[in-house]
Design a binder for this molecule. Structure first.
Ligand code: FO1
Length: 335
């Protein structure tokens, strides 16, 4: 029984679906079933609504890995109702563009209560994860930092640059307005949450799921110490392309890449990780286009580029497990 320690950075829906697949693939392998998986979650999406702290990426990971998520939607709870939000709307309470279900409110009320009592986001996430049975599945879920950071997007309004909350851009505007840049107030002074850097330094394998490279993975990489830990880690770092044929599988990664002046191509995304990436799993359709990776971050960038033996599309839970198994095998081949 090989007791492997695997660490992963993750954002929302794509990351959660992939990591559920990774856990399924590990559980299906007698050799690896007891491996520990530490998931470092993006908290830049966090938003305060109706006086409550909402952590979309953490909650999406909790619900998806814990079996309580809305399967089709990817976020929020299964079998949800919206009575409370309806009452808030009746009172004219804003905003109404972010759908919070009644069960989901339970998470936000518990989290906000504990925050008010001085409990850290790390300890809160651990309490929430326990309810969802994550420890029993050898999954440890960590926020990237305990500092209150939020991603804001600079857009143009009436000819003027205005910073709006990431969720307003992502949900209310469906990322249709051009993002000029992303600003994460406080990120450069945010200490990595307890256990985050250790998890990266002591991992046997590090995996980057097909999460948004700019507003999910990119934000986690902005936490002081994270990038250095990845560069310095003895563990192979395997990434999974979030783009297929230059298009994001879901979400608006292309709009985010445009905002930072990066082409919407799989090897350009790999170039964002070039200073620590060892291998890159791509869709078969993208293999011909993969040339030497443009070195960003100064290091010679030549990750091993491998095509998955099928579409890089997590069309269902088994497909996600197959892709995760391919990423795992790629990592094992480098150990
Ligand atoms: N995404 C939407 O497109 N519309 C919503 O109304 C919405 C509500 C929501 C509530 C809780 C939650 O955890 C996530 C929610 N999301 C919604 C998804 C969210 O915007 C994204 O999952 C991430 O923030 C980006 O990955």
């Amino acid at each position: 029984m090989t007791l492997m320690k695997i660490a992963a950075l993750a954002g929302g829906v794509g990351g959660a679906r992939f990591l559920r697949g990774l856990r399924d693939a590990l559980d299906a392998d007698a050799e690896l079933a007891d491996s520990d998986l530490t998931v470092i979650a993006n908290t830049g999406d966090d938003i305060t609504l109706f006086g409550l702290r909402v952590c979309p990426d953490v909650d999406t990971l909790l619900y998806t890995l814990g079996g309580g998520g809305n399967e089709e939607q990817g976020w929020g709870r299964a079998e949800e109702s919206f009575t409370v939000q309806g009452e808030l709307a009746a009172y004219g309470v804003e905003p109404q563009w972010f759908g919070l279900g009644d069960k989901d409110f339970g998470t936000h009320i518990a989290r906000s209560l504990w925050l008010g009592q001085g409990v850290t986001p790390t300890a809160i996430t651990e309490r929430l994860a326990r309810r969802w049975g994550l420890p029993q599945r050898h999954i440890r879920l960590l926020p990237m930092t305990d500092a209150p950071v939020e991603t804001h997007v600079v857009v143009e309004r009436d000819g003027e640059p205005v910073a709006i909350h990431f969720q307003e851009w992502w949900v209310a505007e469906r990322a249709a307005t051009t993002a000029q840049r992303f600003v994460v107030a406080g990120l450069d002074r945010a200490a990595a949450a307890p256990g985050v850097l250790d998890a990266l330094r002591s991992a046997d394998l590090i995996i980057l799921p097909p999460s948004n490279p700019v507003v999910s993975i990119g934000i986690i990489l902005g936490v002081p110490g994270v990038r250095d830990a990845l560069r310095g880690s003895a563990a192979p770092v395997v990434g999974v392309s979030p783009l297929v044929g230059g298009r994001p599988v879901r979400g608006h990664a292309d709009a985010c890449l445009a905002a930072i002046g990066v082409p919407s191509e799989t090897m350009s995304v790999a170039g964002l990780y070039a200073d620590f990436l060892d291998a890159w799993l791509v869709d078969p359709a993208d293999l011909p286009a993969t040339g030497p990776v443009g070195a960003t971050g100064g290091a010679p960038a030549t990750p091993l580029v491998v095509a998955h033996d099928g579409p890089l599309l997590m069309s269902d839970r088994q497909a996600a497990a197959d892709i995760a198994r391919a990423a795992l095998d790629l990592g094992l081949s480098l150990m």
